[in-house]
Every structure is written in structure tokens, then in C-alpha cells.
Design a binder for this molecule. Structure first.
Ligand SMILES: CC(C)(COP(=O)(O)OP(=O)(O)OC[C@H]1O[C@@H](n2cnc3c(N)ncnc32)[C@H](O)[C@@H]1OP(=O)(O)O)[C@@H](O)C(=O)NCCC(=O)NCCS
Length: 326
């Protein structure tokens, strides 16, 4: 019905990062494709209020009243509080007290997992209209020193929202979602603390260590990512008797421009069949797909009736795809 997004005003360029990290604009562009990203303003932005702004844009574009929303599925791995999740905070901000809200914690695949939950609640007849959100503030948790340079140059903040609604119209629908995970690789991309399976969740010793910081085996993530992206996109296509040529727009999770370009080559997609915005927004984890859909829609790159493929890979590892007749 509608898609919207919000990104913080604060632009951080690669040159800005060189002021506190031993890195260069050239290195970051060459390895990740990123030129700049948005980092939140702690006096203004929260995960929930960025998501609320994205949801309001989606509602405006759908010409819908907020009261039509019956349920919220909120994907984030960076909630405002340790608990409860940010879904209930956004519900409060939207004035929708009483409706259900769940948080999904599947990192970069979080939005597609969330969309799948919403789609299947709708197909089961449980709700008619669901708000699906991906929102993250990654920048406050990054190690902003040279030791953290394989993650702090990549991750960024933002929010995206999509409203889906039950309809008899077979021309516009989520055709399928495919969800996967392999917990064998949980520690290849993770933040360990504040974890609960310790004697105490917080201690000075823990805080002094580096277990609160994101750890990523970048090379391994890259190699697994390109395999899983291709696999899960092909799974979506073959389940719906479609081929890569039929895709009007592939919106991959914005992990790394090099990963998107690799997948594009493997699937033989033309430039106009894929959407990337990581160059100016960085990797916003669960928010990247709905932000990209929102931008693609406003640029006229997603039109009614288009076959849109969403695909993701990330921490867990988790990977997923959705095929949508828009
Ligand atoms: C993170 C990533 C860009 C690193 O690129 P890479 O080519 O694998 O680089 P490596 O980690 O092998 O490091 C190569 C060198 O660059 C250095 N380096 C790492 N980050 C750097 C940075 N930001 N600036 C400058 N140098 C950096 C390393 O220290 C290493 O130096 P050394 O050879 O002297 O030891 C790349 O692995 C990647 O993009 N992986 C996928 C990440 C991803 O998509 N994550 C999100 C998943 S949702």
C-alpha cells in the first residue's frame, strides 16, 4: 500500500572518518563502495522515532489513516531499550495503543523475516493491515577507533516502513518469501555483550573488554554472502516459475556494493534491474531494504505491477528472499 523511509540528517563522509580512524576514502570506496553514510543525532533520533517518521511517510503515500494499522512487525537488532522492543515504542508514538507489536531480531535479514511474518498473518486471515518496519541505530555501538575499522566504515543508521494489506486483487501481492539460517556461523558477525548467559550481564571487566563491539570476519562473510544471495534469489524465482530476466527490480540488502555487483553479474542483470544506495547511506542492517524500496519507488524505479525481488544475507548467518508483484 505504501512505503516510506527516514534517515538522520547528519552526513558522515569517508574523509570525516579519517579524522579518528586510520583509513582512507580510497580504501573504503574500493572495498565497500561507500562514500558517505548517515549517523544519528542523539538529541533527536531514536530507533522508534525514526521508524515512526518512516511509517508516517508510508501512510501519506498510501493515503491511509494510521488507525487502519492492526499490527506492527518491527525488525531491529539495535532496540532503544534492552527490553521491551522498539515495536511497542513506535506503537505508542503512532497512538495505536492496544494493537499487537512484535520485534524481529534477524539482523540484515530482519526486514524480509518481518515481511514474511506479516504476509502470513494476513494470509491466515488474522489481520487485514500490517505495518512492517526495519530501523537501526548502529553508529552508537561501533568501535570508532582504528581497531574497529572493518565495521565502523560500513554500518549506518536509518529506518524504512512498508504497509501491506489483504486484498482480493491477485495482481498485487507478495508471491513468496523464503527464510534461511545457519547458526554454525553465529560468531562470524556478532556483538557478544550485554549477553545474559554470564554470571552478571554487566561488569567493569566486561565493559573494559571488546565484547560489546561488533566482530566481523569480513572475508568469510563476503564469500558466504555472495553464495547465499544468489541461491535464495534463484529459490524465489524457481518457486514462482520466473527467471532473472523477469525481475523488474532486485533490491538487495545493502551489505556491500561489491557483493551487490557480484550478484548482479552472476544473475546477468542489467544495471536498471538492480537498486543500490549504499554509496550514500552505508549498510543500515534491517533498515536497508525498506529504505531502498522507498527511494526506488520515489524515483519511479518501482511501479505498479512490477516484479520486485528482495534478498538479504547477514548475521546469524541468516538469508532470505521475497518476490513481490508490486
Ligand atoms: C570488511 C571488508 C570491506 C574488508 O575487506 P577485505 O578486502 O576483506 O579486507 P581484509 O579484512 O582482508 O583486510 C585487508 C587489509 O585492510 C585493512 N583494513 C581493514 N579495514 C580497513 C579500513 N577501513 N581502512 C583501511 N584498511 C583497512 C586490514 O587491516 C588488512 O590489513 P593487513 O593486510 O595489513 O592486515 C570486506 O571483507 C567485506 O566487505 N566483507 C563483507 C562485509 C559485509 O558485507 N558485512 C555486512 C554483512 S550484512
Amino acid at each position: 500500500m505504501g512505503v516510506g523511509h527516514y534517515v538522520p540528517e547528519n552526513i558522515v563522509t569517508n574523509d570525516d572518518l579519517t579524522k579518528f580512524i586510520d583509513t582512507s576514502d580510497e580504501w573504503i570506496k574500493e572495498r565497500t563502495g561507500i562514500e558517505q553514510r548517515r549517523w544519528f543525532n542523539p538529541d533527536k533520533d531514536t530507533v522508534a522515532n525514526m521508524a515512526t517518521r518512516a511509517a508516517k511517510m508510508a501512510l501519506d503515500r498510501a493515503d491511509m489513516d494510521v488507525k487502519e494499522i492492526e499490527f506492527i512487525v518491527f525488525a531491529t537488532i539495535t532496540p532503544d531499550y534492552f527490553f521491551p522492543g522498539s515495536g511497542v515504542l513506535m506503537q505508542r508514538e503512532l497512538g495505536l495503543q492496544g494493537i499487537g507489536a512484535i520485534d524481529i531480531r534477524n539482523a540484515c535479514s530482519g526486514f524480509i523475516y518481518a515481511l514474511s511474518v506479516a504476509d502470513n498473518f494476513i494470509k491466515a486471515g488474522m489481520y487485514k493491515t500490517i505495518l512492517v518496519v526495519g530501523a537501526e541505530i548502529q553508529s552508537s555501538a561501533l568501535d570508532k577507533t582504528t581497531a574497529g575499522r572493518n565495521t565502523n566504515v560500513i554500518f549506518a543508521d536509518g529506518a524504512g516502513a512498508m504497509i501491506i494489506q489483504a486484498s482480493e486483487d491477485a495482481d498485487h501481492k507478495v508471491l513468496s518469501t523464503h527464510l534461511h539460517a545457519d547458526g554454525d556461523h553465529a560468531e562470524e558477525l556478532y556483538v557478544k555483550d550485554p549477553g545474559s548467559s554470564r554470571k552478571v550481564r554487566l561488569s567493569n571487566e566486561l565493559i573494559a573488554g571488546d565484547s560489546f563491539k561488533a566482530h566481523m570476519n569480513g572475508n568469510f562473510v563476503f564469500k558466504q554472502g555472495v553464495i547465499r544471495f544468489e541461491e535464495v534469489i534463484n529459490e524465489a524465482l524457481s518457486a514462482n516459475d520466473q527467471s532473472a530476466e523477469d525481475i523488474d527490480l532486485l533490491v538487495p540488502h545493502q551489505a556491500n556494493l561489491r557483493i551487490s555487483q557480484f550478484v548482479q553479474r552472476r544473475l546477468n542483470l542489467k544495471d536498471e534491474q538492480i537498486f543500490n544506495n549504499i554509496m550514500y547511506l552505508g549498510n543500515t542492517t534491517a533498515a536497508s531494504i525498506p529504505i531502498a524500496c522507498s527511494e526506488a519507488w520515489e524515483q519511479g524505479k518501482i511501479k505498479d505491477g512490477n516484479l520486485v525481488c528482495l534478498a538479504s544475507f547477514g548475521s546469524g548467518f541468516t538469508w532470505a528472499s521475497a518476490l513481490i508483484r508490486w
